[in-house]
Design a protein around this ligand. Structure first.
Ligand code: F3S
Length: 308
């Protein structure tokens, strides 16, 4: 691109490790400088430095049927499956190229023919909170790989549960699209697969057994907001000076414990941390891969730890 190139369509920036404009106290100066360079370059092209992986909660929900070029897997899955948007899973460079050109490749999940489900999933167990939906995402990804599921659930899940499913599914090997009755727009256009599978309580219990570790003590750190959560949830979260808490949020996040514009999967964490409590299976995946001991906690469990 030439020096006066500009994005031709609205573009937002995904989380960095942290916002260089409000870095956490333990951030290194050289990392602040490098992040600022990358963000300044995107802003000079016209991107909004909202720095979130949930732009649909923060003023950038494309309208149903729109074609976009998003790169963050949980956002891509949420957009395709809940908002009824068309997007393939772009890489960072291909998303930047699409923003510069104002076009993206008319292939992949932009074509209805590539969005057909391959297995019908009937849920025969109570789905009591968003963690259950995250566990379903893991189970589907591991069991059916890239096959697109057509999900029939007893109740329509809430927004945070849909986000939990959308983030866990591709993290554990699944596709960046699911269809769910009562949720996915234009669902009548897809063929309901004759291959059927019932999900029962034991299937999901096995996931929890694997991820529900008992530290015998409190975690050293609570990490919330992977993907970045809905602002309403942040408002009800109690604050605690007793236990270290970090919340992944957009650059505009002013919550006291916010890793503003950041993502703990990328960021360095404060030293001395070994055990981390998370409220998401995507966060669990990344924190484990960084060598931490991880315990997956429900929102209620997190709130009760913070309120102690
Ligand atoms: Fe978002 Fe980072 Fe999690 S980009 S989905 S907070 S891994």
């Amino acid at each position: 691109a030439s020096d006066n190139s500009k994005f031709r369509v609205p573009a937002t920036i995904n989380p960095a490790a942290f916002s260089p404009f409000s870095p956490p106290p333990w951030a290194r100066e050289e990392h602040i400088v490098l992040q600022k360079r990358a963000i300044d370059a995107l802003v000079s092209l016209g991107a909004d430095p909202v720095m979130t992986c949930a732009p649909y909660f923060y003023g950038y929900a494309p309208s149903e049927g729109a074609h976009v070029a998003w790169a963050e897997s949980s956002a891509v899955t949420y957009a395709n499956s809940v908002l009824g948007v068309y997007t393939s899973k772009e890489s960072g460079p291909s998303a930047v190229a699409a923003a510069l050109l104002g076009f993206t490749v008319y292939g992949g999940l932009h074509l209805d023919s590539n969005r057909q489900p391959g297995v019908t999933i009937e849920i025969h167990t109570e789905m009591k909170d968003h963690l259950q939906w995250g566990a379903l995402g893991i189970w589907l990804g591991r069991t059916f790989g890239n096959t697109i599921p057509y999900i029939i659930a007893p109740d329509v899940p809430d927004t945070l549960s849909l986000q939990a499913l959308a983030s866990a599914l591709p993290t554990y090997g699944g596709p960046v699209l699911f269809h769910m009755e009562g949720v996915t727009p234009r669902i009548h256009q897809v063929r309901i697969p004759t291959r059927r599978h019932v999900v029962n309580a034991q299937d999901l219990a096995a996931v929890f057994t694997e991820y529900k570790k008992d530290f015998n003590k409190e975690p050293d750190l609570l990490y919330i907001g992977c993907p970045h959560t809905h602002p309403e949830y942040l408002r009800v979260l109690p604050m605690s000076s007793r236990i270290k808490t970090l919340i992944g949020g957009p650059a505009a996040c002013t919550h006291q414990m916010c890793l503003s514009g950041g993502c703990a999967a990328v960021a360095r964490l404060p030293s001395g941390i070994r055990r981390i409590g998370v409220d998401s299976f995507k966060a669990a995946f990344y924190m484990r891969s960084k060598g931490y001991e991880v315990n997956v906690l429900s929102r209620d469990e997190i709130i009760s730890i913070l309120e102690e």
